[in-house]
Structure formats: C-alpha cells, structure tokens
Design a protein around this ligand. Structure first.
Ligand code: MRU
Length: 335
C-alpha cells in the first residue's frame, strides 16, 4: 500500500487523521480538496507532500485546459503548507512538463512516486551502515514525529533506517515521542512500529531529555522538512530540544532526508518560514478541551536545529557531517 497514489484520474491517499483507529483511504478529484486535505494533515510528512504536490498538478492539468488556470492552482497547492520545501519541489517538477500535456505531467508525478520509495530504501541502507560505522551495531533509537512509510510514498526516511535495522535484526529499542499537539508519534509512528513488530516505547515529549540522560538512547534519529544550504534543519517542533539533549549527553543527532529536502535557495535556518497552526490544536486534545476557556496558544509546527548540533545528515546519496562544518550546499556560511 502506497501512502499516496494515482488511480484512474484521481489521487488516492491514506487519511492520516483517522489513524490509528481506522485505515481509511480518500479519493481526491479536485485540487481544492487536495489543498484542504494537506491543510488538515490528512497527508503530511515532507516526502509525501512532495508526491501530493506533483499529483495535484497532474489533477489540475487533467481538469483544466487553460495553462494559466493550472499554474494558479499549482501556486495554491505549493502554498498549502510553508515549511516543507518538498511540497513546492513536487509542484514545480510536475509543472515543468505542462507544455507536454496532461499525460506527461501525470507520468512525471508517477516517476517521482517510484523514485521516492527507492531513495528511502537507499537512505535506510546508508543510515544503518553509518550507525554501524559509529560502533552502533544494535542501536537504541529516539525518534520524533512520524518519518515512516506514512510520511513518504513508501518505506520512510528516519523510520526507514529503523525499518532497515529491524529487518537486519539490528534494532535495539525505539523510543518514540508522542509529538504533541497532533500526535504523529503516538498515532502514526507507533502504528508503524506495531506493524513492523519492532520493540518500542511511546514517551511523552517532555520525557525525551530524561531518557537520554538515563543512558537509554544511543542515537537521536529524525527527519527534516527543509534543510538550509548551511546545514540548519527545520523539523517538527521539539526536534531542537532533542538535539540539545543529544549534545549535552554526547550521543549523535542524525537527520535522514532525501536530497530534495535540501534547499539551496535558503541560506540558513533563520530564513525558513515556520508554520504557525491554529491554537485549537494545542488547547484541545482528542476532541477534549485541555485549557481554560479564553486561553491562547502559540502553536509553532516546526523548529530549527542549528547545523552545529547535527552530527550527520543521511541522504540517498551521501552522509554529511554538518557539525564538523560540512555544508549540504557548498558556499560561504552567512552566519
Ligand atoms: O506536520 P507534519 O506531520 O507534516 O511534520 C512532519 C515532520 O516534521 C517530519 O519529521 C518531516 O516532514 C520528515 S517526514 C519523512
């Protein structure tokens, strides 16, 4: 099962808001519905958003004869969420084939989908080998948010490394943070770990540093939504705190992402747009109010981990050491 796919002129996707209770698929036939699905996180995770962007342009090109109208829909799609650069990447890639007709746009999107799973497997293999190089033959992993098959077309990035380790009989233990406010860790990552049959413990976000301090974790393994040219990493809110804990306790902080998450146009993390989501996501949990009436929230969906706290960046092509001064995009460091 692919998280997101094309079926006879429509996009089909797992509705991630229904998990873990129900595995429901959505059929989307209009770009406006896709924009809404992205906004409510029915599809989420940077690589899955890249696929959604490309498939959305295929949908637009199929339904509209006027190229100007297709481009306008594509722009709406690219702006549906601001932080993950992959969304606009997917949109731009498919849009580049618009002059060749709707079938060419669809084929480009389908090529992207096929590449996604292949590159994730490459990340898994490379990441597992890198951890062995660090002497971590059977690592105990702390992970955040969901970076698994559900965050991609298939297999996963950081959780793809976990999947690889598990398949090789090399996985120690996984500590998965629940990832408030939308619980991608407890709803989605735990669901995938259950499915894998991996040994894991779900922990509240606030417990992560203590678990690291207790010596229960060998490596922090997370994904990314946008990686600046200098190696700064935007990822789910709480990632920066994990990086600080990892640095304090001398364990590696490893970021796994496809090359398409690296944004040469963003020089440093300070230039990354951080999505601010509705207060209600913080003020309520599971449909129940968890704050007094009138309370206000600050719901930052992402944070930025500076490059000097990122021990390694694993992509489908390379392992890079940002903390040692290696930049994903060569050039002058603006800081
Ligand atoms: O708000 P989300 O669920 O889209 O946030 C997802 C993340 O932060 C992931 O860690 C990131 O997109 C990498 S997914 C392989």
């Amino acid at each position: 099962l692919r998280t997101i796919d094309w079926d006879d002129g429509a996009i089909v996707m797992v509705d991630q808001t229904a998990l873990p209770d129900r595995l429901v698929t959505l059929r989307i036939e209009a770009v406006e519905d896709l924009v809404a699905a992205i906004g409510r996180l029915a599809v989420r995770g940077a690589p899955a958003l890249e696929a959604a962007g490309a498939l959305g342009v295929a949908l637009a090109a199929r339904g509209e004869r006027d190229p100007g109208r297709v481009r306008a829909l594509a722009a709406r799609l690219a702006a549906a969420r601001p932080t993950a650069v992959n969304l606009e990447r997917g949109v731009r890639r498919a849009l580049a084939r618009l002059d060749d007709g709707p079938d060419a746009v669809r084929d480009e999107a389908l090529a992207l989908l096929a590449e996604d799973e292949a590159r994730n497997r490459a990340i898994g293999r490379r990441g597992a080998a890198f951890l062995a190089d660090l002497g971590l033959e059977r690592p105990r992993v702390l992970t955040h948010c969901n970076t698994g098959a559900l965050a991609t077309v298939g297999w996963g990035t950081a959780l793809g490394i976990v999947r690889w380790l598990h398949a090789a009989g090399r996985l120690g233990m996984v500590y998965a943070t629940e990832t408030r406010p939308l619980l991608q860790g407890s709803r989605l990552t735990a669901w995938e770990l259950e499915d894998m049959g991996a040994e894991y413990r779900l922990v509240v976000d606030g417990a992560a540093a203590a678990i690291v301090a207790r010596g229960l974790v060998d490596v922090v393994l997370v994904g990314a939504d946008r990686i600046a040219a200098n190696g700064d990493v935007a990822n789910k809110i709480g990632t920066y705190a994990l990086a600080l804990a990892a640095a304090r306790h001398g364990i590696p902080m490893v970021v796994a992402a496809p090359e398409s998450t690296i944004d040469p146009a963003t020089s440093a993390g300070t230039a990354i747009a951080i999505e601010v989501r509705p207060d209600a996501e913080v003020l309520r949990c599971g449909g129940v109010s968890v704050a007094p009436r009138g309370a206000a929230a600050l719901n930052l969906a992402f944070d930025v981990t500076p490059a000097d706290l990122v021990t390694a960046l694993v992509t489908e092509r390379r392992v890079l050491r940002p903390a040692a001064g290696e930049r994903p995009v060569p050039g002058e460091d603006p800081r």
